[in-house]
Design a protein. Structure first.
Length: 104
C-alpha cells in the first residue's frame, strides 16, 4: 500500500527496527501540555523527510520518543512543557486559539 505524502507539511521520518512502536510512543507524547507550533507528518520507512531519526536498537521506544521530542523542540516544531514561550511562539499559539474559536 502506497502512502500519500502531504508536501505542505514538514515531515519527520522514523527508521529502524522499532519505528512503528516509536511513532506510536511519540504521538502519545505530543499532547497537552506540549504545544505543536508547526503541523507535521510522522512517517516510518524510507521516505524523503525534513528530519530523519534512526531508532537505536539499544534505546527503548519511550526514550527514543523523548529524544525525538527534544529534536522537534530544537527545530521549533513544538514547545515542550516547562519551557517559556518566546513572544513569537506566544503569537503563534494565540493565533491558533483564535482560529479555533477558543479565545476572542
Amino acid at each position: 500500500m502506497r502512502k500519500t505524502i502531504n508536501t505542505d507539511k514538514p515531515r519527520l521520518t522514523i527508521t529502524g527496527c522499532a519505528a512503528e512502536a516509536v511513532r506510536a510512543a511519540l504521538l502519545a507524547k505530543i499532547a497537552p501540555p506540549t504545544v505543536v507550533l508547526c503541523a507535521f507528518d510522522v512517517e516510518t520507512g524510507e521516505m524523503p523527510a525534513d528530519m530523519v531519526h534512526a531508532v537505536s536498537p539499544h534505546d527503548s521506544d519511550d526514550f527514543t520518543a523523548d529524544k525525538i521530542l527534544d529534536a522537534l523542540a530544537d527545530r521549533g516544531w513544538i514547545a515542550l512543557a516547562g519551557e517559556d514561550l518566546t513572544p513569537a511562539e506566544e503569537r503563534v499559539l494565540r493565533d491558533r486559539l483564535l482560529d479555533l474559536g477558543y479565545i476572542e
